[in-house]
Design a protein around this ligand. Structure first.
Ligand code: PMV
Length: 337
């Protein structure tokens, strides 16, 4: 039995603009997906997934050869989860050059599904790592991140950036610009996350930004300004002491950039009433800045607050289904005992 876990992530800065070649800085959070893999004697794949969403569900199927299984599943989110596990299986088989390898796979996750926290990336990264290790062919991290990206790319019909999978593999904060991905130093950022219980449609939201950008020069300028915010944020992080508690001054400065970033994302039409409400509730509670994270349209916001006030305030905010604190996950994918 091989067990691997990988963290989810928030975007500190730069979602959407990253699609047009601007840099982005995602950061891994201490909320993990855990994947347990047992090789089988035949070529079948059985996936058991419990508590993959906040409501929890169980689904189990026996697939044939790793092709997309045709099973009745309760929700589109569950369907998507199975699609990601299956893509991970295909990548692991290809990496280990064992096209007929069969597995029993159990997926557990603390990361809300489809909400901009990189749940699918964490499942894919942990799944490929566990399956290749179970076959005696562990991958180095760069190859693992690349294979996980290819799995996401396949499931999402080409609409995937490398940000989620690279961040989940490496942990900590990373910088992504096109195909260039590098880990960067970061202090222990005190994230607070608010989740509205929903999820935006990433494809639609990305298409909306593309249209605005083509129609209005000022929308293209907005995208470029988000890139400027990312570069300013990177400078702040580079000057901070890595893996130490950040100074109040640093949190104030990062928070200001996050607020600015949220405003520009809202201008590009990817916020939502629930996200704006949570952003304002976090700021009112004293958070050092707050912004939506991920594609937007619904899902999660991220704020910076080393104290309890913001998560408490968010948990009483109408439209916020769950609020929690999450430290920066310095460790990316790892083998669990
Ligand atoms: O919602 P998420 O975490 O999948 O993030 C989407 C981020 C976008 O920049 C909008 C799209 C992308 O693939 O980078």
């Amino acid at each position: 039995m091989t067990v691997c876990s990988a963290p989810g992530k928030v975007y500190l800065f730069g979602e959407h603009a990253v699609v047009y070649g601007e840099p982005a800085v995602p950061a891994a959070i201490e909320r993990r997906a855990r994947v347990t893999v047992d090789p089988r004697d035949d070529d079948h794949v059985r996936v058991t997934a419990e508590d993959l969403s906040l409501d929890g569900f169980t689904v189990e199927y026996t697939g044939g050869t790793g092709d997309r299984p045709d099973v009745d599943v309760p929700t589109p989110l569950v369907d998507a989860a199975i699609g990601y596990v299956d893509a991970a299986v295909r990548q692991a088989r290809a990496a280990a050059e064992e096209p007929d390898a069969g597995f029993d796979i159990t997926v557990e996750s603390e990361i809300p599904l489809g909400a901009g926290l990189g749940s699918s990336a964490a499942v894919v990264v942990a799944g490929i790592d566990a399956a290749t290790r179970a076959l005696g062919e562990p991958l180095d991290r760069r190859e693992l991140a690349d294979r996980a990206y290819r799995a996401e790319f396949e499931v999402q019909d080409g609409e995937a950036s490398r940000a989620d999978t690279f961040c989940s593999t490496m942990g900590g904060a990373v910088r992504v610009e096109g195909d260039d991905c590098e880990p960067i130093d970061a202090p222990n950022l005190p994230f607070v996350i608010g989740f509205d219980g929903g999820a935006g449609d990433t494809g639609e939201l990305v298409a909306g930004v593309r249209e605005l950008r083509e129609e209005y020069r000022f929308a293209a300028d907005t995208v470029r300004s988000i890139g400027d915010i990312v570069r300013a944020g990177e400078e702040l992080l580079a000057d901070a002491v890595p893996e130490a508690d950040p100074s109040r001054e640093l949190l104030v400065e990062l928070g200001e950039l996050m607020d600015f970033n949220h405003g520009l994302l809202a201008a590009l039409g990817v916020s939502a009433r629930s996200l704006d409400t949570m952003v304002w509730a976090a700021r009112d509670a004293g958070a050092h800045g707050a912004k939506l994270t991920g594609a937007g349209g619904g899902g999660c916001i991220v704020a910076l607050d080393p104290h309890e006030e913001t998560s408490t305030a968010l948990s009483f905010t109408q439209g916020c289904e769950e609020a929690f604190r999450a430290e920066l996950a310095t460790e990316g994918v790892r083998v669990e005992e």
